[in-house]
Design a protein around this ligand. Sequence first.
Ligand code: ZN
Length: 137
Amino acid sequence: MSQPKRTPQATPSGHTRLACRKRTKAGAPCQAAARPSGYCWRHDPALREKRKAAERNGGRTRAYTGGERVEVKTLEDVRLQLCKVLGALWAMDNTIARARAIVAVCAELRGTLVVGDLEARLSRLEAILEASGGATP
Ligand SMILES: [Zn+2]
């Protein structure tokens, strides 16, 4: 059986990559990016056992397996938890999903900072109002 012609594909970054050597059941070339072996992760014969193990695992290796119980009662608690998540994200491989998660966490952190600033300003205003003998809620 002859191997299908491998055609370079442009990636979003402008680099080219080779497509997988494997043909689909319908006979079309697999469009996934090839690894150094010339096959994608799904079709690389050398990775057969790894794939089977991953299927058996069913994602269990990525499942949350415990940790400290976290109480989130204040804005500062929220901010600290978001910072922990951000730190964990920075340690991960740089992928589009990671970048999106970092952006989402940063947006939430920004929200906590804005709300925290507003709370502080409101407290100062209430203190001024109370000192001047005005009514406070
Ligand atoms: Zn493939």
